[in-house]
Structure formats: C-alpha cells, structure tokens
Write a protein that binds this ligand. Structure first.
Ligand code: SF4
Ligand code: SF4
Length: 316
C-alpha cells in the first residue's frame, strides 16, 4: 500500500462545484435506486417498518460480492418463497433452506468468488447467515434497536458488533444499509427524524475513490503499489481514503450520502476504469445511457468544467 500525490488538485471553488453536482446527481438517483429494490414488494411489507428493515438487510447480505441487480431480484424471490416466515419464523426457513435451490440460477456472484466457492454455496451461506442473525435477534425489533441509537455511526457500530454481521458485511455495506433505513429522504427513517442527514458516514467504494482522485478533490491517493510495480499499482484502496473523502465532502455538503451515491454513479457510468469511451467531453454511450435523462446530462460528463482529470487512478 502506497500514498502518492493525486496529481492536479482542484481549487476550493472547483471542489465546491464538483461536490454540489455529485450531491444533486445522488439526490435524483439514490431514491430511484432504493425504489427499484422495494417497488416489487407487496404493500404490506413496504408499509411495515420492521419487515422492510429486515428485507433490506437481506438485500445487503446478498449484495456482497454479487451482481447487484441479480442480488436484488433474488431477495424478492426469497420473500415470494417464504412469505412473512422470512421475518418472523427464521428457524422454519432455515430448516427448509433446500428450497433455495429453485433460485440458484437467478443469483450471480463475482468471478473471483466463483473461483473459490460454488455460486450456490455462496448464496446459501448468505441467506443462512441472515436467518441465523434473525434468530439471534430473538424476537427483538431490529428497526427499533437501530432507531434508538443516537447517531447513524452508533447504529452501524451496533450492527457490526454482532460477529455474524461483521463476518458477512463489509463496513461500507453497513454504512450503506444504515443510510437506506435511516436517511430522512430514503426508505424508512428508523430514527423518526432524530438523525440529521449531516450525521451519516459515506460508504466509499472504489468508484467513489476514483471520482475523488480523478477529480482532484483530495490531495493524496492511497493505492496498491509503487508506480510501475505491477499492472494494478494504481488501483485505489478506497477504504483507506474514506476519512479524507469524508472530510472534504463535509466542507461543501451536509448530505454526504447523496454525494457518495452521485460519485458512484458518475464513476460507474461516465468515467470507466479502462478509459474506454470515457465521457469527459463527449459521451459515446449517450444513446443507451440509463441515467442521462434522469440527471439532465447534456451528452458529456457533468463534472467536465471542474474535474482535474487525473486519469491515472482506477477503482478496480
Ligand atoms: S469522465 Fe472525465 S470529467 Fe468526468 S469524472 Fe471522469 S475524468 Fe472527470
Ligand atoms: S450519457 Fe454518458 S456522460 Fe451522460 S450520464 Fe450517461 S454515461 Fe454519463
């Protein structure tokens, strides 16, 4: 692990503009993304805070090292299979875990995991972990437990203090889950308005690290190796950059969750790791882009006028 200068650092004015654009992109796309997860659920689950908090936790468990759309479809199909027993009779579901075989082709995992474990094995371990965690809750109410915490950070720590959750969810996934159930503009608001949106912590994945580095929002990048030491030397170690990313974001925004999501979306859609068809000045994918009309993109990257284009850095 090495720390290097980012290259060109943005001015305070440029940082402020970039972060505001990222925030506005996230404010449009983050609620839509969450709606995609919950819109296909029956109304009684969506309207029941406890069922929804548990369903979203299952989704977060499945999302780890998996293809997100397939993980989200699979979570809904698991609910179709077990109904409310999924939330209130986890032991019964665990005994019948062989029923998951009907869903094994739906769930897609990352190739790296596939090389060490059969896909169905990974799937069963995730769902089994979720059901076991529910059994450990021992009839207590997850949404109330989280909502009683003073801050989202405390709620994340509470969730992670369970060794089972700690073994399944990475810290960034825990922060993402806490934003789903606690951010006042998103799914559930377990704290009943007690948590201000400025209290949250950014999840920060590789795409977010890439946008903050390529954009020149941070002065230094923490990455895998010395320049020229291997093909992956310039891959960002996002978890080690989280604090500097959070710090600069807090200077210019009071809604870091939306900034995080905006950076993720620009990073994955407009600013590819391999630079092929990169959208800085003109986007070759404009005719097929799924987010263009939603965020009012004019056919080139929305950060074009302020980004420092430190193209060395990669997410993965
Ligand atoms: S696409 Fe270009 S302008 Fe947009 S974030 Fe990436 S490097 Fe910056
Ligand atoms: S059209 Fe291109 S530049 Fe615009 S949002 Fe889509 S991927 Fe990004």
């Amino acid at each position: 692990m090495v720390r290097s200068s980012v290259g060109n650092e943005a001015s305070a004015f440029e940082k402020a503009r970039i972060i505001k654009i990222l925030e506005s992109v996230g404010m449009v796309l983050q609620p839509l993304e969450l709606a995609q997860i919950i819109n296909n659920l029956p109304k009684d689950v969506v309207l029941d805070r406890e069922k929804l908090a548990r369903f979203l936790l299952l989704t977060a468990f499945l999302d780890q090292q998996a293809e997100s759309p397939s993980a989200r479809r699979t979570a809904i199909r698991i609910y179709d299979l077990f109904g409310d027993d999924l939330f209130f009779k986890p032991q019964q579901c665990l005994i019948q875990i062989n029923r998951l075989a009907a869903l094994k082709d739906e769930y897609k995992i990352s190739p790296a995991i596939g090389r060490v474990l059969p896909r169905f094995g990974w799937f069963v371990l995730r769902v089994g972990g979720f059901l076991t965690y529910e059994m450990m809750l021992n009839r207590s109410n997850l949404s109330e437990k989280l909502g009683r915490c003073k801050t989202p950070k405390e709620a994340a720590a509470l969730l992670q203090s369970n060794p089972l959750v700690e073994s399944i969810l990475r810290e960034k996934a825990v922060r993402m889950y806490i934003s789903w159930v606690g951010h006042p503009n998103l799914g559930i608001d377990v704290s009943n308005g007690k948590w201000d949106k400025s209290f949250f912590e950014m999840p920060v994945d590789g795409h977010v690290g890439k946008i903050f580095s390529r954009g020149g929002l941070v002065s230094a990048v923490i990455h895998e190796g010395k320049r020229g030491s291997g093909s992956r030397w310039n891959v960002i170690i996002a978890s080690n950059m989280r604090l500097s990313i959070q710090e600069v974001t807090n200077q210019y925004s009071d809604d870091c969750i939306m900034v995080d999501h905006g950076a993720f979306q620009i990073g994955i859609n407009c600013c590819p790791d391999n630079l092929k068809d990169i959208a800085c000045d003109s986007c070759p994918r404009a005719s097929i882009c799924q987010i263009k009309s939603k965020i009012g993109c004019k056919g080139y990257c929305m950060l074009r006028d302020f980004c420092k284009r430190n193209l060395t850095w990669r997410a993965y």
